[in-house]
Design a protein around this ligand. Structure first.
Ligand code: AMP
Length: 374
């Protein structure tokens, strides 16, 4: 990986891409983790470079209307307070002048250019050149966007000497513990709502892991494939044949659930489900069987909630987090909902938490991330 330490930044204008795609409501930033995570790279640049120009996207932009509450200005104000320095905010009207007259500059949301033929998201060459014209050297530290080829992270790198920042380096090194020389037994726990989102990851990871524990909403497609009555639980019928194949091939590695909480929080064994039951959370027998495997594992990756924790079905997710936190090995987690559940139930923990959901899963799948420069 080409890292920032190899770059000579002295007296250069550095363009840096962060992932400041943070939740904002009525101008207030609800979670600032991603901003704090950018400080190491930002301070390193500020100590060396003559100027820094910051790029980031925020949310999805399709129409002029979408721009209204998607300005990066609140991020600019927060960051300025955090580093106790002035930051000039630039809406692209006169970038040359703004850059010439200031030391730290934050450009407006790069996805504002998506209104014009999705130029940012499609990595348009002219837009990439425009971003590159802001400086002499490019640092990408937006791990959460590293699986996407956009103008402001990958397109721009074709026109400037380009390196990765400290966050990308840290995230990739953490995930490498699960990709290279993994300390076994290696257990992956996958939950969440949809099989379709994660079946590719499951297919790729299953070869590498010792145990795959499946919970959450997606387990019902697996249970159906095994012939259980799952009642009205969430199920992706079209995936049943694919799941059947995976189950046949890797029966010894895959662990499904034994019991679950259905509607009205009634606890039921899986074989006792009837046609009207809807499974919302995993039960204590399942937790017990998970615990035995987890306690014997040295490396664990966890993604996806075990139940509908947002609506009172939090037992399984909470219990699982506590078991994981007592593990002596390496526990890596990632993804928006998972981080949300961790912040809710176990803020104080020993986990390695990845800021990027999609990016970390694609990396574990074995894909090269275009935003990680080699
Ligand atoms: P994901 O974004 O794929 O990690 O999915 C997380 C979501 O899965 C959470 O919002 C949970 O509410 C949902 N989920 C977990 N268990 C179930 C379940 N048994 N039925 C429906 N949704 C579930």
């Amino acid at each position: 990986m080409k890292t920032i330490k190899e770059a000579s930044l002295n007296n250069k204008i550095v363009v840096v891409r962060f992932d400041y795609n943070v939740p904002i409501k009525n101008g207030t930033i609800l979670d600032t983790t991603r901003i704090e995570k950018s400080l190491k790279t930002l301070n390193y640049i500020l100590d060396r470079a003559s100027k820094v120009v910051i790029l980031s996207h925020l949310g999805r932009i399709e129409t002029e209307e979408d721009k209204k509450d998607k300005s990066l200005k609140p991020v600019c104000d927060y960051l300025s307070k955090l580093i106790k320095r002035d930051i000039a905010f630039c809406d692209y009207n006169n970038p040359v002048e703004v850059i010439n007259n200031n030391k730290i500059i934050m450009m407006e949301n790069t996805r504002f250019f998506d209104v014009d033929n999705k130029k940012e998201s499609k990595s348009d060459e002219e837009l990439s050149k425009f971003f590159a014209s802001f400086g002499d050297i490019f640092i990408n530290d937006a791990f959460g966007t590293a699986h996407r080829d956009n103008a402001s992270n990958v397109g721009i790198s074709k026109f400037l000497p380009s390196y990765n920042g400290f966050l990308i380096e840290e995230e990739v090194n953490n995930l490498d513990k699960l990709v290279k020389n993994v300390k076994r037994p290696y257990t992956v726990i996958i939950g969440g709502a949809k099989v379709s989102d994660k079946i590719k990851v499951i297919n790729n990871l299953i070869e590498k892991v010792d145990h795959l524990l499946i919970g959450g909403g997606m387990v019902y497609t697996f249970l159906k494939a095994k012939g259980f009555n799952i009642g009205k639980s969430i199920c992706e019928e079209e995936y049943v044949p694919i799941v059947k194949e995976v189950l046949n091939k890797y029966e010894d590695k895959i662990v499904l659930i034994k019991d679950n909480y259905v509607q009205d929080k009634v606890l039921k064994n899986i074989e006792d489900m009837n046609n009207d039951d809807i499974g919302y959370d995993i039960g204590p027998k399942t937790i017990e069987s998970y615990k035995e495997i987890i306690d014997n594992s040295n490396t664990i990756f966890f993604n996806g909630a075990m139940g509908v924790f947002e609506e009172g079905y939090e037992y399984g997710t909470k219990e699982l987090l506590n078991i994981l936190n007592n593990n002596k090995g390496i526990v890596v987690t990632g993804g928006g909902d998972t981080i949300n559940a961790i912040n809710k139930y176990l803020k104080d923990n020993n986990f390695i938490i990845s800021t990027g959901g999609g990016a970390s899963l694609e990396y574990l799948e074995g894909k090269e991330l275009p935003g990680v420069f080699l």
